[in-house]
Design a protein around this ligand. Structure first.
Ligand code: BES
Ligand code: ZN
Length: 643
């Protein structure tokens, strides 16, 4: 990586001729093409090893009328004598760049050739002792991180909403920044929004409206750029515990209060396992349905999808997951997206520990088994794809989208590696090790190799323990020594599913207490039941289950997605009205992508899916939109543009 970075730098230095006349603004706007074909595998153009941002202060004006963010990004740099600073930008309009603080002078800049994935490098001419660089900019219609929602896409339907999604490499589309996770920065922001809306960031947050719509934010701990986040909407705050609470639209406040009641206990459990929570407050922000993820671990303020409001607290492991990121990911961060499993594998492992602490081992194991089933199925798909090497924990993502690494390999293979290791060394030693790991690498970014060295030095060597770490990390598939989990409660539903699939009438029972009703099993048991059914069922059989149990209108997004997929594969059309409603409303990619992916398999379903997408796409964030668009129109001929 370093060699490439030097190479690109020399290349640029040799062809870069700065225009001396900084007042010729036309000159500035002309994008000068610089050959940056030798892409660096950090997914960033920035020259952070020469000069890097230490602190960023933002001035932002959030304009809902034209769905534009007007900004100034003031970078305070640590400059090791460089006369060029390189930032990442994507679909941003750069108005001017100045250097200095207080006494600012315009300077020259050049915008490099656009790369569809990475965006453009922004080269700024500076002096060898320059410390302050100020970039004046605005976002455009192509800005990918930001979702601007019309009122009708919110719970209250009266006020517009806007939020950002930075991970993995989208922050550059709303802030000109050195967008590499290896660089940590502190930030502050002054944000102006319409008077009746509240602004929040991944920082110290207000709990009340400001009558002028002006908000100030501080994030005093150094974080990677992908964790800078903003949201603006009609929002209220409720406290759930001493230092934790939930922001949501007022219409959803009480639902949130019920669903997330265990948050304070989760924080306590997490602290007991891996040490003190380092970020002050822990709050959750409930976003509109278009939010493309279940949750996003923005520091101090987890962003959450309203599908978590299942009404029975059955999906709160997502909160445990995002909270766990406050250690794995946010304290100890992957140095590059190739090391993504350091963020997510550790987090899934830790999430499961929190769940075990709160709800017991039986529940935690059921959750882990559900995840393991997903891993096995995805492992099988990836092994037979163009990139079987994607089943390794350490990824190779050079000139590929980091999204390609967002599979259950990083999440679940990563977590099962740690579970297996825990089993081998014993929980006591393992916890001691992980606690020291989080302490040692707090507020640092590390590579997979840093982890391996630390593991050997602190846990395996001193205790003379042999472990196939390298096989887990650098080889494909799941190693043989992977820990095996089982659940008696799952055995019961699996038997029931087998009986049903064999044509037995499982609803006819002698005793009332044996009657199969919705309440007889929990969400994870019903998921297991559906998954156990043969991949192609007789539609009449499926209809029978719907008549008795109403899976198609269950209200729990995990169950509905699983059911719709089985329905699609089995040619069961009875699900269509409910499935259409779901596709119109929900933008969480984990649900939406598998549904479209199942639909494109027959011409008739494909046609139906395209018709649905034509209307549904307005309620998808760019992340989900582009995933689905590529499935429906692999040749890019859909002629539908993201709103
Ligand atoms: N950090 C991820 C979301 C993410 C990953 C966004 C990569 C962009 C790129 C977040 O913590 C996450 O994993 N969310 C999951 C939930 C979790 C319980 C597995 C999700 O959204 O489904
Ligand atoms: Zn995660």
């Amino acid at each position: 990586m370093r060699i490439k970075l030097n190479y690109i730098y020399i290349l640029i230095a040799s062809i870069l001729v700065f225009s001396c006349d900084s007042s010729s603004s036309e000159e500035h706007k002309k994008a000068i093409h610089i050959d940056s074909s030798s892409k660096i595998s950090t997914h960033s153009f920035s020259n952070v090893d020469k000069i890097h941002t230490k602190h960023l202060s933002l001035e932002l004006d959030v304009n809902f009328k034209n769905k534009t963010l007007y900004g100034v990004a003031r970078h305070e740099m640590d400059n090791h004598g460089s006369d060029t600073a390189i930032f990442d930008i994507k679909a941003l309009e750069i108005q001017k760049v100045t250097i200095g603080r207080g006494d600012e002078h315009e300077t020259d800049f050049i915008i490099g050739k656009n790369d569809e994935l990475l965006g453009q490098p922004l080269f700024v001419k500076i002096k060898k002792d320059t410390k302050f660089i100020n970039i004046y900019y605005k976002t455009t219609e192509e800005t990918e991180a930001l979702d601007w929602l019309d009122p009708k896409l919110t719970a209250g339907r009266k006020f517009p909403f806007m939020y950002s999604q930075g991970e993995a490499i989208l922050t550059r589309s709303w802030i000109p920044i050195q967008d590499a996770p290896s660089n940590r920065i502190t930030y502050s922001a002054d944000v102006k929004v319409p008077k009746d809306l509240l602004a929040l960031m991944s920082a110290e947050n207000p709990t009340n409206l400001n009558p002028e719509g002006k908000y100030h934010f501080e994030m005093k701990k150094p974080i990677p750029s992908y964790l800078i986040a903003i949201a603006v909407g009609n929002l209220r705050y409720i406290k759930l515990g001493k230092d934790c609470g939930v922001y949501s639209e007022p219409e959803l406040t009480e639902k949130c209060r019920y669903e997330f009641v265990d948050m304070p206990k989760m924080i306590e459990a997490a602290e007991n396992i891996y040490g003190k929570y380092q970020w002050g407050k822990y709050d959750v922000l409930l976003l509109p349905y278009s939010f493309p993820f279940g949750g996003m671990e923005n520091p101090k303020l987890t962003f959450a999808n309203p599908t978590l409001l299942a009404g029975d607290r059955s999906l709160v492991s997502v909160i445990a997951h995002e909270l766990a990121h406050s250690w794995s990911g946010n304290l100890v961060t992957n140095a590059a997206w190739e090391d993504f499993w350091l963020n997510e594998g550790f987090t899934v492992y830790f999430e499961n520990r929190i769940m075990e602490e709160l709800y017991g081992k039986e529940v935690a194991d059921m959750l882990a088994i559900i995840e393991f089933q997903e891993l096995e199925s995805e492992m099988n798909d990836i092994s037979h794809s163009d990139h079987p090497e994607d089943t390794q924990l350490k990824l190779k993502l050079e000139s590929r989208n980091p999204d390609d690494g967002m599979t259950s390999i990083a999440y679940v293979k990563g977590a099962f590696f740690l579970k297996t290791l825990e089993q081998k060394v014993g929980r006591e030693l393992f916890d001691k090790f992980l606690k020291s790991y989080f302490k040692k690498f707090s507020f640092k970014t590390i590579t997979t190799e840093d982890f391996i060295n630390y593991l050997n030095a602190e846990l395996l060597n001193p205790n003379k323990i042999e472990f196939n770490t390298k096989e887990w990390i650098y080889e494909e598939g799941i190693p043989d020594n992977c820990i095996k989990l089982s659940s008696k409660r799952f055995d019961v539903v699996n038997k029931l599913a087998d009986r049903f699939a064999n044509g037995e009438d499982i609803f006819k029972t002698k005793r009332k207490k044996d009657k199969i009703t919705r309440d007889k099993f929990n969400t994870q048991e019903w998921l297991t039941f559906i998954r156990r059914l043969p991949k192609k069922m007789d539609p009449a059989q499926l209809k029978k289950l719907d008549d008795k149990l109403n899976f198609k209108g269950w209200g729990n997004s995990e169950i509905m997605t699983e059911w719709y997929i089985l329905g699609i594969e089995s040619g069961y059309k009875g699900i269509r009205p409910q499935m259409k409603r779901f596709l119109y409303k929900v933008g969480r990619r984990k649900y939406i992508a598998p549904l479209y992916s199942a639909l494109i398999k027959t011409p008739e379903n494909l046609l139906w899916a395209k018709k649905v997408f034509l209307r549904a796409n307005v309620s998808y964030h760019f992340v989900t939109f582009s995933t689905v668009y590529k499935m429906l129109y692999p040749k890019g001929n859909g002629n539908i543009h993201h709103h």
